[in-house]
Design a protein around this ligand. Structure first.
Ligand code: UDX
Length: 434
């Protein structure tokens, strides 16, 4: 099928590349000329495992092409996904300027029937606004449909999530839209939920807010574990065995970050407010998430006493492993606070250092390896659970450090093993074995 994807960010690029990989002819469009120039050469602007290979392969096969012209993208394909950014405004609402602009330009350039699908995360009722916008700018009597097909991909495993999703949600209000989308997703063998547009829009915000709630819940329980001597890993395991609860997203740590959860929780609180509901539960989810970083900083202070002039090594900057994304990464706030208190900071991340260098300009030492970070450090902070950090030579690390102290914000290591290796080890909610 012929498909266009407007927006070459995480969601747009993965959607475009995967749909091309499934055999469709895909046009991916973005107004960032530099980005398009790079993409035409097969260079991905983001680090996402497997993405660049997919882009190159499908460019070569001519299943994928890049353009900066919405006109061209609209003319070429009957199916058009809108995957432009919907950043947070200062009050937490989603900024839908990008969506409106794209809808207007599609309307002006539609040569015939088009199915316009919201792929970006948008507040409920956006579909209605997209319809109104297109109707206001369309030239002549051209038919069109609007649909909602939210994306649930996780950074770091986005391609796998696209190709093997738990479910596909299709919010449609016409038979034609339903058939086109069912046909497009035919190769993906999974449960497909066909619903109305508003429900589909709500499913996305409700799902992400629920997952964020799960994380804050387990983080709150981890505090109780620390105070009582229970072990959060055991508690989470015991809870997760209940199928109604499920084992995933029960990892206690320094809180969720990234481009989705913080933004979507804020947006959902605001959507609820506009509809007359005070979503206090989500306010508290946010507060607990913020508190986790403060608790973590307190652990550092309790272990080091004076922060000033101490050398603190940071392992991991990305908001989670297998990505170079540092948006809302807990690492940034932790580093900035420690720096303010006079610590010397050394950092290493396998992928996120170039992006971190652009925002952490404040005399931070970017190292070539975890061992260089450990050298002369009074304390090591594990912030992102990269596999590489799981496989460190700890005897070497211990020798390099000024004192063998590890504060593990992701419970990557086993307290008993670390203790045996001679470290003072502090995890999250794991005092029982510490
Ligand atoms: C998320 C959703 O999972 C995805 O469906 C959605 O469409 C986009 O947002 P993503 O932001 O890429 O994906 O990351 P995810 O793997 O969900 O992790 C989000 C954050 O939660 C990370 O900071 C992660 O470290 C944290 N997390 C996750 C925990 O702290 N504990 C957990 O148990 C799981």
């Amino acid at each position: 099928m012929k498909v266009s994807v407007i927006g070459a960010g995480y969601v747009g690029l993965v959607t475009a590349s995967c749909l091309a990989e499934l055999g469709n002819k895909v046009v991916c469009c973005d107004n960032d000329l530099k980005k398009i120039k790079q993409l035409k050469k097969g260079i991905s602007p983001i680090y996402e495992p497997g993405l660049e290979e997919l882009i190159r392969k499908n460019l070569k096969k001519k299943n994928l092409k890049f353009t900066s012209s919405i006109k061209e993208a609209t003319k070429e394909s009957e199916i058009i996904f809108i995957a432009v950014g919907t950043p947070s405004l200062e009050d937490g609402r989603a900024d839908l300027t990008g969506i409106e602009n794209v809808a207007r330009q599609i309307a002006k350039n539609m040569p015939g029937y088009r199915l316009i699908i919201e792929k970006s995360t948008v507040p409920v009722n956006t579909g209605e606004w997209v319809k109104k916008t297109i109707l206001a700018h369309i030239k002549g009597k051209i038919k069109f449909d609007v649909a909602s097909n939210p994306e649930f991909l996780r950074e770091g495993q986005a391609i796998n999530d696209f190709m093997h999703p738990d479910r596909i949600v299709l919010g449609v209000d016409s038979k034609k839209a339903k058939e086109l989308l069912l046909n497009l997703y035919k190769p993906l063998k999974t449960e497909i939920l066909i619903t109305d547009i508003k429900s589909a829009e709500l499913i996305k915000h409700a799902s992400n807010s629920f997952l964020a709630t799960k994380i804050s819940f387990i983080n709150a329980v981890s505090y109780l574990c620390e105070k009582t001597g229970a072990d959060i890993k055991e508690v989470a395991k015991g809870m997760g065995l209940d199928k109604r609860i499920g084992a995933s997203f029960l990892e206690a740590g320094i809180g969720y970050g990234g481009s989705c959860f913080p933004k979507d929780v804020d947006a959902f609180i605001n959507i609820a407010k506009e509809l007359g509901y005070n979503f206090e539960l989500l306010q508290v989810v946010k507060e607990i998430n913020q508190q986790q970083k403060i608790f973590f900083l307190n652990k550092i202070k309790n272990a080091l006493w004076i922060i000033k002039d101490k050398t603190i090594g940071v392992l991991g900057l990305a908001f989670k492993p297998n990505t170079d994304d540092i948006r809302n990464a807990p690492s940034l706030e932790i580093i900035r606070t420690l720096k303010k208190e006079g610590a010397k900071i050394k950092v290493y991340d396998p992928q996120a250092m170039p992006k971190a260098k652009a925002v952490l300009t404040d005399e931070i030492q970017f190292c070539k390896s975890p061992y260089q970070v450990a050298e002369g450090s009074d304390c090591l902070l594990l912030i992102t659970e990269w596999q590489e950090f799981k496989e460190l030579d700890f005897l070497r690390i211990k020798k390099l450090m000024k004192q063998p102290l590890i504060i593990d914000g992701r419970n990557l290591y086993e307290p008993k093993i670390m203790k045996k290796l001679g470290f003072k080890y502090i995890g999250i909610g794991r005092s029982a074995n510490g």
